[in-house]
Ligand binder design. Sequence first.
Ligand SMILES: [Zn+2]
Length: 246
Amino acid sequence: MGGPATHRMYLDTFDDAYRTDFTAEVLAVDGQHVVLDRTLFYPTGGGQPCDLGTMDGPTGRLEVRDVAGRGAVQHTVDADHALSVGDEVQGTIDWERRHAHMRMHTAQHLLSGLAYSLFEGARTVGNQIGAERSRLDLRPVTLNEGELDLLREGFDAAVAADIPLRMEVMQRQALIDEVGLERSNLDMIPASVDEMRIIRIGDEVDVCPCAGTHVRSLGELGRLGEVSVKSKGAGTKRLSYGLLRP
Ligand SMILES: [Zn+2]
């Protein structure tokens, strides 16, 4: 479904990632898919599952069962929704689920940044966020017991220091100049994109372009919970992790 784009409000500021209620106008309807002019619902992508919640409109309350798409964000509701273009709706996202994803996703940034500095430029080559357990794939690493201890110590120290996150808009070349092509994961972003949203933990714990949802500072994460490591072949290891309640 193409058409007009949805303004993704959760990207505007860190505070906007903490909002749960918003009003919006229906821009398009295609079967079960409803496109709004703006939304706080995070659409599945970048390894992070979508937000769920409800949408209240002139036809009553609807469950939002799936959210997808980056340009026109499609909110999947029951087929008998009876919404029309131009209707005003009030969206409410499931905060517990969203906040769990924000913590897990921010933890992934921290683990990626720590792995890069502790393990001689180890890169993050994949990730999947979940509310209970998340994972990231690192290469090249061995992740033996001693290295896992280092990772855990670095993680818990950064959380204890409650290091704040920052958001800025940077040009592609400025990012390459600062951290190099490899670390910035810029090869994952189309060459046509020149200006990007950068998420920074402290000054140099982690710096990367990202359109996900993050917490304001690391104290919100809690300490690293149980971790496990699985080999994914040729120097690649999959690190699974949980978080303890702060
Ligand atoms: Zn991110």
